[in-house]
Design a protein around this ligand. Sequence first.
Ligand code: NAD
Ligand code: DO4
Length: 520
Amino acid sequence: MLIGARAVMGSNGSHKAIDPASGETLEPAYGLASEAEVEAACALAWAAFDTYRETGLAERAAFLEACADEIEALGDALIARACAESGLPRARIEGGRGRTCGQLRLFAQVVREGSWLGARIDPAMPERQPLPRADLRQRMIALGPVAVFGASNFPLAFSVAGGDTASALAAGCPVVIKAHNAHPGTSELVGLALQKAVARCAMPEGTVSLIFGAGTAAGTQLVSDARIKAVGFTGSRGGGTALMHVAAARPEPIPVYAEMSSINPVYLLPEALAARAEALGKAFVGSLTMGAGQFCTNPGLLLAIEGDALERFVAAAVAAMHEAGASVMLTPGIASAYAAGVERLAGHPQVETLARGLAGEGPNRCQAGWFATDADTFLADEALQEEVFGAASLLIRCRDLDQMKALSEHLEGQLTATLQLDTGDIAAVRTLLPVLERKAGRILANGWPTGVEVCHAMVHGGPFPATSDSRTTSVGTRAIARFLRPVCYQDLPEALLPEALHAANPLGLWRRTDGELARA
Ligand SMILES: NC(=O)c1ccc[n+]([C@@H]2O[C@H](COP(=O)([O-])OP(=O)(O)OC[C@H]3O[C@@H](n4cnc5c(N)ncnc54)[C@H](O)[C@@H]3O)[C@@H](O)[C@H]2O)c1
Ligand SMILES: O=CCCC(=O)C(=O)O
């Protein structure tokens, strides 16, 4: 583990990674955190907080860029270890490294630009009648140390130096990262890169710590620690909601930004289906089976109106499914949860198995599964909304547009809603759109939900259970706002004000002065 500047062998037992492709155990053993070790990481993060949160914009941006540089400097050792621990192909891991470093550099730009500080100035109005107005100035400050839980399915871009870490560090929050046990070696390498960047940029020691933990104890202790002020999490609904409860039960409750569970409905609208049923069928299977379906954006639910065009779509997708290879899943636990989920669907008396992919050879293979039912069955059985993490999807045959809309009202919160539409479908979509806006964080047309762009306009979020807090996003630059809060300074002399609020605007920020936005 990396506790501040130290490398520590955890003293609470040990853990080894498994290569899911072969089922073999990988060396070395990683020591797991004792209570005292979790406590030490939190103490260092707290000690770092007041210094780190006041680092200059250029200085903090350079630190984020140094994190990216150090990750790249790990070279092939990182790629090889991440492939071995995750079973993901090299191209996917290399892409993940690019996304991770690009994300850190994007947040560096955001930090430098400074509008995230949200500077507002309402100058004093001593002559105002009937009452004078005080001088009021506002800026955003960092919330405090953040507990980050690395995700299993993106061992780089949603893990140790992933979006939660990048956005928390950008906001000025030290991080204590709980590594995912699926990829301890990858976590260690990336953690070492961050530790080097901390030293190279002379950031306070506790800016980054990385712990390993067995089961739920270390994560629970971390979220319970009074010095932790927010949580970033990507994983299961059970894990995310458990941490929400831990955070809410603290004497001082804290926000949990958990990204958990989504089945990402895809609407096959009639005109689009009639025009390109075969192409859509093939493309659907491509999106479903990519990366063994281990994406939170995986298209786990299709909605369409019964008819010939739908049957053409089904025939094309079934043909593609029969050729879909069985990719390696991330962990034996995820593979067995997938197999159980597929079995549940296949054994449901009102669910038809439309197609299975190739079975594959070797351990932890994901045999894709596609199932169908009617809208009445789906409406009557909540369990059919449960995410089956992996390449499984359920087609709902609807009688008409009204039933499609009723079914949409019934859906839980989602990360995405996808519309396959043509011009002739616009009127129908107009009636669906208000429902989808209430249900999902991202609505997309004529694409597939997998593949999330890291940019300014992205929303990777949505109402529960997609996330624990629909007001924000875990991907894209808006994610920084999760770890900030406003402070107002009333009548403080300039000598005590932060530079962002000085009269001369020394940081050159866009500021809202008396309601007017200007760089003045
Ligand atoms: N929707 C998604 O994006 C997504 C991503 C990964 C996994 N999953 C789902 O999660 C299942 C298990 O996968 P996983 O291991 O990645 O996720 P997980 O939620 O089990 O674990 C994620 C992290 O949270 C910690 N954790 C989990 N429960 C906890 C608790 N009660 N208290 C404290 N810490 C806790 C774990 O130790 C781990 O570090 C998968 O089969 C899949 O269903 C979903
Ligand atoms: O698994 C969650 C993230 C999905 C994602 O970022 C993507 O589809 O690119």
